[in-house]
Design a protein around this ligand. Structure first.
Ligand code: ASP
Length: 359
């Protein structure tokens, strides 16, 4: 919430008159506008590829487990799946054919987080991120340092590029139509669509999973192999707290998938949590945040209607168990598992579908 210096001084003076001290004045500004009480039920949400992850996470919550453990054990199933080309083992590689993973976790009760970025050769980036949170005084480890840390904790090293992913990458490489991540190619959107029509796969994927215990404690994890064919060393939003994931135990949690660059420069997950703190529902908060991202989108990334020409999806759960999300273009889906079982919720889009998107 915005507070001017003048308001702050007035507020602090009022608090002092009440004998509360200036810190109390600051604290009162932090209170959620709506006091959110735990719903007394466990809830897990995830991106649409998270059906199995949600079920696993729910088992852990129902056994009394920690919400970060629930989310991490859930997403590990997807990291281990060679058929998901956007996460972990079998993920599409960077432009040099090397798989580099990004992940983060955040734990509501302790307000701690951990992440790894550009991690090679270890498929469960989420588990390494959890160890960064639990076993170091740091928040983010990258590249070779992240690999050394994983190695020290006994993670198995392996080639993460499967034959299938290598063939997809090779097809992209052989096409050499000018689609890469260097910004000087202005016609890259059309080139990319042409390649998609020619059957070259680009991943728009990631799994983001958030768990809420019956007692109202929150935890989450986002993990990905990132943008397919990215420039080596590129780090997306997924391992960055406030962008790919944010958890505040008083309010709720938000995770994201889609164009990480748009998310990184808008801290959308943090924004969604703040909007929920100020009383917005999860769906409204996600829509508001996406509209802000859209307003700040540079012209290079807008279509002929001036709509953002990329997808970005936000998923949120509030401390009281209310869930919601929104997508930038067309419609989307969110995996939800609560005491009523599993379902896929439809998410509203801010703008009409992208040309090649399913309507
Ligand atoms: N957000 C991921 C990234 O930018 C990719 C995705 O979800 O499509 O790395």
């Amino acid at each position: 919430m915005d507070i001017s210096r003048r308001e702050f001084v007035q507020c602090a003076a009022g608090a002092a008159a009440l004998g509360l001290g200036a810190n109390a004045a600051v604290a009162s500004q932090e209170e959620p506008r709506v006091k959110l009480r735990p719903a007394g039920k466990s809830v897990v949400i995830a991106s649409a590829n998270g059906q199995g992850a949600c079920a696993r996470a729910m088992e852990i919550l129902q056994a009394g487990g920690d919400p970060v453990d629930a989310a991490v054990e859930g997403v590990s199933l997807v990291e281990n799946d060679p058929n998901d080309h956007s996460v972990g083992y079998g993920g599409l590689p960077n432009e040099n054919g090397v798989v580099e993973l990004d992940a983060c976790v955040m734990h509501g009760p302790t307000h701690k987080g951990g992440g790894v970025a550009a991690l090679q050769r270890v498929k469960n980036a989420s588990q390494v991120a959890r160890l960064v949170m639990r076993r170091t005084d740091h928040v983010l480890l990258v590249g070779d340092g992240a690999l050394q840390f994983a190695r020290a904790h006994g993670f198995k090293e392996e080639e993460l590029l499967t034959d299938k992913a290598r063939q997809i990458w090779l097809k992209w490489k052989e096409s050499h139509s000018g689609k890469d991540d260097w910004i000087h190619i202005e016609a890259d959107v059309e080139a990319r669509r042409r390649m998609e029509r020619d059957g070259i796969e680009f991943t728009h994927g990631t799994i983001s999973c958030m768990a809420l215990t019956a007692g109202g404690d929150l935890g989450g994890c986002t993990t990905t192999s990132g943008l397919s064919y990215k420039i080596p060393g590129r780090v997306g939003d997924s391992p960055i707290l406030g962008a790919g994931l944010f958890v505040d135990n008083e309010v709720g949690a938000c995770g994201s998938t889609g164009r990480g660059e748009a998310n990184l420069i808008n801290c959308s997950s943090f924004l969604v949590v703040e909007l929920m703190r100020n009383g917005q529902s999860p769906s409204d908060a996600c829509l508001t945040a996406l509209k802000r991202v859209a307003d700040r989108t540079e012209s290079r990334l807008r279509d002929e209607h001036s709509y953002p020409n990329y997808q970005l999806k936000l998923y949120a759960v509030r401390k009281d168990g209310v869930v919601g999300g929104a997508v930038m273009r067309g419609k989307g889906r969110m995996a939800v598992h609560d005491e009523g079982g599993f379902r896929l919720d439809e998410l509203r889009g801010v703008f009409p579908p992208l040309p090649d998107q399913e309507r």
